[in-house]
Ligand binder design. Structure first.
Ligand code: EPZ
Length: 430
């Protein structure tokens, strides 16, 4: 049965990537900013917004709540003054984990929010207990009924929030709600990710009173409402990491522009450890592959640790390592779904619990593989570029959730990737 809305990549192997490339705006900064627009009395304009499926779905949710979302080029104009509902639509919300980010702003504006119970997803269970614990501390009552969380608060009060673990969207949910809560909120054990810092900067441009972003303790003094602003979103560090790894894996020389090394420090350290030459200047970050890829060990951790969103792509890089690498995934419990597909390409990987052991092989060989989640699909594309012959990567819609036209960016560096509708692929690979 051929599914007409599905696409695949045909990746021709044996390419070496060289050149300069500009990443798009950061998906994981744009989504919380879109949620924050619910608290703004006038339009919020975001620049440097790429064409991403997750952004489109989030926009549709806001429109279904009565808001206005318009995209023109890389400018996203958000006016939620017309939002007249707080019951987040089931169908769309269950497609997008980040819809949980609507909880805080809807609660702060309407005193109530209904959000579908987020199901598990490809990479793990991903509960929201920390989000609910924090909002409860601010005066909300959380009740689970009819497959939704019903969260209500007569008034949202500033509070001291102690997160039991580092949660990116948990921190963002509370940060946004606290901007319009009564009094001061102190968030302890806050996430330090650069996307949280970018959200805080955007909120401050909108009139919020925040300090400590980028540290474990963030203080927020509530104000009555926020104003719109014109804000340029930070570049996507995960896309940048993916492009730099594509260059290193293929023995090339890639420079990613507009990226500063601080937001990629842990990856750049591991690339240096693996023998790559890493440099940067005011224009961006450059990685030149060494003579061989030295196998190195990696453990994913909250920022500034090694990002879980780069784990799959780094594993593809380690497939051609000169010995054995252990990769420990400490953030999500099911984020090795790319392993079975990398094995189809000839990789030698064994998994035990949260640890994958990657024995380097001399080369990978092209084969049909299937994408399972956003970052896993990126790792399969990278492996296909360096494999011999051709690789078919199916279900590429996972990739389009978080990368804008990744094949065009990689082809501009020397790759040879074609996007084909699913019904056309068998003429090439089978
Ligand atoms: C954000 O997800 C990102 N998504 C993820 O990127 C990223 O992988 C993740 O942070 C970690 O950096 C967005 O920002 C939209 P968490 P989030 O809450 O916030 C557990 C991508 O590929 N946890 O930081 O959902 C959770 O299960 C995506 O772009 C609880 O137990 O992640 C996980 O094990 C994938 N209870 C850990 O904490 C909670 O209430 C970290 O999750 C919340 C989280």
């Amino acid at each position: 049965m051929v599914r007409r809305d599905k696409y695949s990549f045909i990746v021709k192997g044996g390419s070496t990537l060289r050149g300069e490339i500009l990443p798009g705006g950061a998906k994981n900064a744009i989504l919380p900013m879109m949620a924050a627009s619910i608290l703004s009395d006038t339009s919020l304009r975001l620049r440097n917004v790429p064409e991403l499926e997750d952004v489109n779905v989030f926009g549709k949710i806001l429109q279904q709540l009565g808001g206005s979302v318009e995209k023109e080029g890389d400018m996203l104009t958000l006016d939620q003054t017309g939002v007249n509902a707080f019951d987040v639509p089931y169908g769309l919300a269950t497609k997008l984990r980040a819809s949980v980010l609507l909880l805080g702003p809807l609660l702060a504006r309407f005193g109530v929010a209904d959000i579908p119970i987020p199901g598990g997803c490809d990479i793990g269970d991903r509960p929201i207990d920390q989000h609910l614990k924090a909002l409860t501390a601010m005066g909300a009552r959380c009740v689970k009924e009819h497959g939704k969380w019903h969260v209500a608060a007569a008034a949202l009060n500033g509070a001291r929030i102690d997160f039991d673990l580092k949660t990116v969207t948990g921190t963002e949910n509370v940060l946004i709600a606290a901007c319009c809560a009564r009094g001061e909120t102190v968030i302890n054990n806050a996430a330090l990710e650069p996307e949280v810092v970018d959200l805080a900067r955007c909120l401050k441009n909108m009139g919020a009173r925040i300090e400590g972003e980028g540290t474990s303790t963030i203080r927020v003094e509530g104000v009555t409402s926020l104003n719109g602003t014109d804000y340029t979103v930070m570049p996507d560090r995960i896309e940048a990491a993916t492009l730099l790894l594509a260059g290193a894996l293929t023995g090339g020389d890639v420079k990613v522009l507009h990226i500063s090394p601080e937001i990629l420090e842990s990856l750049l350290g591991k690339l240096k450890e693996s023998g790559a030459d890493v440099s940067w200047d005011e224009k961006g970050v450059r990685v030149i592959r060494g003579d061989t890829i030295r196998s190195v060990n990696v453990s994913t951790n909250p920022f500034p640790g090694f990002p879980t969103d780069v784990q799959a792509q780094f594993m593809a890089y380690m497939c051609l390592g000169d010995s054995t690498s252990t990769i420990e995934e400490n953030i999500f419990e099911n984020r090795f779904r790319h392993v079975a597909e990398l094995r189809r390409l000839g990789a030698d990987i064994s998994v035990s619990g949260r640890v994958a052991v990657v024995k380097g092989v001399r080369e990978l060989s092209g084969a049909p593989v299937t994408a399972t989640d956003l970052r896993a699909s990126a790792s399969l594309v990278l492996a296909g570029i360096v494999a011999d012959s051709e690789t078919l990567v199916k279900d590429i819609e996972h990739l389009d959730r978080g990368y804008e036209k990744l094949e065009e960016k990689l082809n501009s560096l020397g790759a040879s990737i074609r996007r084909v509708p699913e019904e056309d692929e068998c003429e090439v690979i089978c």
